[in-house]
Design a protein around this ligand. Structure first.
Ligand code: ZN
Length: 119
């Protein structure tokens, strides 16, 4: 998998969750910048360090996509229904997950369900 493919795969997973919960997508896309490699472009702030490798790159991209949508809608999310706290992309046992600020892992990124989260 190329770096660009890895970034796109993470964007697809985050967008699947955002679309399921809120009916929108982050608008973040990955474009090739000759001489600099893949870069994120989006309507909101999509700053990310795409020179990271492996799982660290997954977290970086997922957070950038989330932040971009937060900036566009001016509302924190997604939220854990149990705690009414924000979820953030994180690594857990090598998997990219949504972690509740309340201190637990809710779901893999891409597998968030409206029964347990909202936005
Ligand atoms: Zn929670």
């Amino acid at each position: 998998m190329t770096r660009r493919e890895q970034v796109q795969a993470v964007l697809d997973r985050v967008d699947a969750d955002l679309h399921r919960l809120r009916g929108v997508r982050s608008g973040v896309r990955v474009v090739d910048d000759p001489g600099h490699g893949p870069q994120l472009h989006g309507d909101g702030d999509a700053q990310a360090d795409l020179s990271l490798d492996g799982p660290a790159l997954d977290v970086e991209v997922a957070r950038a996509a989330q932040d971009s949508l937060v900036e566009q809608v001016w509302t924190a999310g997604p939220l854990c229904r149990a705690h009414d706290r924000a979820l953030r992309p994180a690594l857990h046992e090598g998997r990219l997950v949504w972690r509740c600020v309340g201190g637990h892992v809710l779901a893999d990124v891409g597998g968030l369900r409206p029964a347990e989260s909202t936005w």
